[in-house]
Write a protein that binds this ligand. Structure first.
Ligand code: ADP
Ligand code: MG
Length: 339
């Protein structure tokens, strides 16, 4: 009898794993921006061609990687961010699994240039479909530049299922906005097909919102804060007159991670009740800090859904925070709905 089971070649295993992490250009953007932030960059440039289908390049001035680390970073389950299961429990909210670079390199042509402060020369690595094609010393500024070319060049079925450039770029833009919103201390720029979309200097959170969504918010942002023992809500809401007929400028972050949450959205809408023209949505950017044990993010790390163990309390606190912010600016419906 002949044995028929064999181990998948690593490149194929990586490609399969990549299917979970890398769905579209914006998934790459998210992972690489997060890596740059983790590397303590104070300046990040994102350059995109054809909505990221042809090129996604991220240049950061963060801590860079040594020659060995640069090579290691493309190995699956290779990470500098966790080393024990205790760590895993503490930061699992962010899904640090050491899989992003390995996954991206499995389905694209990647050029990495990186240098740490201590090194005189940096490292260049070219990797394509998980195979290192080139590694050599290179002169490069401190920090890391990763260029991801021709995403899914070796997975035609995936490439075919990408949407139009307009749709894919919208996703890219949204990822950029989410990272930019939570990291106003970092200067960030975005170029698409040689056009400058954003060039944001670091500064206060409100300045970042205005930089991202326009000067019309200059007089329109109301700070929002509610500090309880178990939960903290903080951020900005837009005045009712700046509300828009289209969605897209509503943001929740839980412990620094962007989430979507229908019920919490409802909590905000409820607080705005009677203040908005029918069918309009207010701007909001609300960051919720909560004990990680009270929020279940044990879904896939690329997903944006979470479950709170006590959703009613979170709902009430968010709603109260928004009502209070509106009231303190003299904007409130005549009836107090209470909480
Ligand atoms: P993870 O972020 O989950 O650790 P990644 O595959 O995204 O996994 O990255 C692997 C490792 O490569 C990181 O843990 C980090 O040490 C290093 N790395 C990745 N991107 C950068 C960067 N921009 N600057 C410095 N180090 C980086
Ligand atoms: Mg990462």
């Amino acid at each position: 009898m002949q044995d028929i089971i064999r181990l998948l070649p690593e490149s194929l295993a990586n490609q399969i794993a990549a299917g979970e992490v890398v769905q579209r250009p914006s998934s790459v953007v998210k992972e690489l921006l997060e890596n740059a932030i983790d590397a303590k960059a104070t300046q990040i440039h994102l350059i995109v061609k054809d909505a990221g289908k042809t090129l996604i390049q991220i240049i950061d001035n963060g801590k860079g990687m040594s020659e060995t680390d640069a090579r290691m970073s493309f190995e699956r389950h290779a990470t500098s961010k966790i080393s024990s299961s205790d760590d895993l429990f503490a930061i699992r909210t962010f899904g640090f699994r050491g899989e992003a670079l390995a996954s991206i390199a499995a389905v694209a042509q990647v050029e990495l240039k990186t240098r740490t402060e201590k090194q005189e020369t940096g490292t260049l690595i070219e990797i394509e479909g998980s195979k290192i094609e080139k590694q050599e010393a290179v002169a490069t500024p401190k920090g890391t530049s990763i260029a991801v070319k021709n995403l899914f060049f070796n997975v035609p079925a995936r490439r075919k299922f990408l949407k139009s450039d307009a749709v894919e770029f919208k996703h890219v833009l949204e990822e950029f906005q989410r990272v930019a919103l939570t990291n106003p201390q970092v200067s960030m720029s975005l170029h698409h097909n040689d056009q400058e979309i954003y060039n944001l200097r670091n500064g206060k959170p409100a300045k970042r919102i205005i930089g991202l969504f326009g000067k019309s918010y200059q007089e329109q942002l109301i700070p929002c804060q509610e500090d309880l023992e178990v939960i903290k809500v903080e951020g900005y809401i837009g005045k009712p007159e700046s509300s828009k007929r289209t969605k897209g400028e509503q943001f929740f972050f839980v412990n620094g991670r962007y989430i979507r949450h229908a019920s919490l959205h409802h909590a905000v809408m409820n607080a705005f009740e009677g203040l908005l023209p029918d069918g309009n949505y207010p701007f909001y950017k609300l960051s919720i800090e909560i004990d990680p044990k009270d929020v279940d993010v044990n879904v896939h790390p690329t997903k944006t859904e979470v479950k709170f163990s006590d959703e009613r309390t979170v709902y009430a606190v968010v709603s109260a925070a928004v009502k209070q912010a509106l009231a303190s600016y003299g904007i409130a419906p005549s009836i107090d709905f209470g909480i």
